[in-house]
Design a protein around this ligand. Structure first.
Ligand code: TYM
Length: 328
């Protein structure tokens, strides 16, 4: 059975980009594949230092993951810090990846530029080593992610191939899997930047928790351009194309086909907003119900950590043995 792993950081609110780019794909394969999904709280520490915050966002995120339809009977949902092997293998990955490779990561360049003059942790730089550990611990063949994580999955492949050639076949070489529509959801106010939790303006970010009226308003105010032609052209018409992409991700029809149905921007904005609201409403309802029973969420995460830990421990031991560390 194909093994799948993917993770999400508990930093800020989950948004439409996370859902359409990644989370939805996690649910789609869960009954045919063996899926592992982590809430990567240790990754969040690269940019969070306030006490108590990560724990709260972790439990909220767990409720979202079950609300979107991950079935705890088949999907292993766990918290990264509950499985110590992630940190242990991360050190080995840090010793297998080069300074030059880490320096080329666009996410590090972007995030460190945004924090200029602020504290930039070494963890922000070595982040891909921990991410490689997340993936390789589970012998994952497929890693469903949005386009922005493609480079991190590529570096994981390179590191795994290097480790295997140094120490013998140990890790499965993973590949990134991206959705046909929604792999790169852009900010509604700045359609040349990806939708992100750290967006400057709230108006361009559609949170999973946004009230339907707020969602509709954000789409009505989405930035398009001064022409009036509805055409799918990401380079020349990023705002309109982003709306078409989102509508396509909601309806399953291609953005090019959808474009032929509209002659004005107004109806396209309204229809896209309506389609997103229809998608989010039932999820929001389940999210509220799940958060009301924290004891059950804690129990489900404990079961997930148990299952994840068994797989992770065996892989870490394989890596230690391959290197030839002295057994205790
Ligand atoms: P994170 O937490 O930023 O995002 C979680 C997932 O959402 C996708 N995503 C998007 N997709 C489309 N459009 C967008 N605007 C958008 N914004 C976010 C991301 O691509 C991601 O799939 N480093 C990862 C977390 C991670 C991970 C892993 C992922 C840690 N270890 C191992 C996979 C496997 C991250 O920061 O994702």
């Amino acid at each position: 059975m194909t093994r799948v792993l993917s993770c999400i950081q508990p930093t800020g609110d989950v948004h439409l980009g996370n859902y359409l780019g990644a989370l939805r794909n996690w649910v789609a394969g869960q009954h045919e594949k063996d899926v592992f999904h982590g809430i990567v709280d240790l990754h969040a520490l690269t940019i969070t230092d306030a006490p108590g915050v990560v724990g709260e966002t972790t439990v909220d995120l767990a409720a979202w993951l079950f609300a979107i339809g991950l079935d705890p009977q088949v999907a292993t949902v766990f918290v990264q810090s509950h499985v110590a092997e992630h940190s242990q293998l991360a050190w080995i990955m840090e010793c297998t990846v080069s300074y030059g490779e880490l320096s080329r990561m666009t996410q590090f360049k972007d995030k460190s530029a945004k924090r200029e003059g602020d504290f930039i942790s070494a963890g922000l730089f070595t982040y891909p080593a921990l991410m490689a550990a997340d993936i390789l611990l589970y012998d994952a063949q497929e890693v469903p992610v949005g386009d922005d994580q493609r480079q991190h999955v590529e570096i994981t492949r390179d590191v795994a191939i290097r480790f295997n050639s140094r120490f013998g076949d140990t890790f499965v070489i993973p590949k990134a899997v991206m959705p046909a529509a929604g792999a790169r959801v852009m900010d509604l106010q700045d359609p040349t930047s990806k939708m992100s939790k750290s967006a400057e303006s709230d108006a361009g970010l559609v949170r999973m928790s946004d009230d339907p009226k707020v969602v509709a308003k954000k789409f009505k105010r989405a930035v398009t351009d001064s022409e009036s032609e509805v055409r799918y052209d990401r380079a020349a018409k990023p705002g309109v194309s982003n709306l078409l992409d989102i509508l396509s991700a909601c309806t399953g029809e291609s953005p090019e086909t959808l474009a032929t149905r509209y002659t004005q921007y107004g109806p396209l904005k309204t229809d896209t907003g309506d389609a997103v609201v229809a998608l989010l409403e039932p999820i929001q309802r389940r999210h509220r119900e799940l958060l009301d029973d924290r004891g059950e969420l804690t129990r489900l995460l404990r079961v997930g950590a148990e299952r994840a830990g068994t797989v992770a421990a065996a892989t870490l031991q394989r890596a230690y043995d391959a290197i030839g560390l002295l057994p205790r």
